[in-house]
Design a protein around this ligand. Sequence first.
Ligand code: ADP
Ligand code: MG
Length: 263
Amino acid sequence: MSDQPLLEVRDLGKAFPGRGTEPGRWVIQGLSFTLREGEFVTVVGPSGSGKSTLLNLLAQIDAPTKGEIRLKGEVISGPGSPGLAPGSGGRVGYVMQDDNLLPWRTLRANVEYPLRIQGRLDAAARGRVDALIAAVGLAGFEDHFPHELSGGMRKRASIIRTLAYDPPVILMDEPFGALDAESRMHLQVDLLRLWETGRKTILFVTHDLTEAIALGDRTLTLTKSPARIRGEHPIDIPRPRCIDSIVTAPGFPSLFGRIRAEV
Ligand code: ADP
Ligand code: MG
């Protein structure tokens, strides 16, 4: 692990203009943090606190009003950077809240899609896609279309679609929020297993404190509007973690209490 952070966010601000005569509003202001390579960082904040806006800025789907974002030291967003480059040339993956699968493509074609548009869909990449499909229990469903899959299966597909092209940073926006408790836990276990074997750097946004603690190396809390980092909590529960009994892990209750007090 080098000393240089993989991702660096400095004094980030985002204001949306008001409608008609309404004044504009800062949704994010003075927000700074760094991500080290291989870290799994969770971000918790109430609904409407600017979490998706933050991820949109990091993914370069939207431009900050203030501050800068650096990837391996290079300014990718902020004053002096060239225009928006969504996904920073395949270096930042984004699993959005909705699964965004293409309805007219099969599961396999959806998972292969980013590799195909990046011109990287060779035999090795196809092998990796097969392995990921098997790893999340979707073998046998490769030729199904999204409408033939359950919500949990579509979510798995959208996660491995991002893992398949191997971006150094992956952003996830409440990816399991819409699922039932059972599917949610399965996916949390799958995600940790994939992360532990592949060691991606992940920034995972959730409003579920238990999920934030179960998954993260560190949990960041956000202030109420405008959002900046309020607190930072190292999660020292050893890995591999037992997700279904995480609430009984030593240290869980006090961590939960401290994070709870901030959101
Ligand atoms: P969260 O993901 O934490 O629920 P969001 O980032 O989606 O919150 O939204 C934060 C605030 O910014 C909300 O009040 C929302 O209405 C506002 N907002 C988000 N996107 C826009 C936009 N494109 N234009 C104006 N306001 C927006
Ligand atoms: Mg959101």
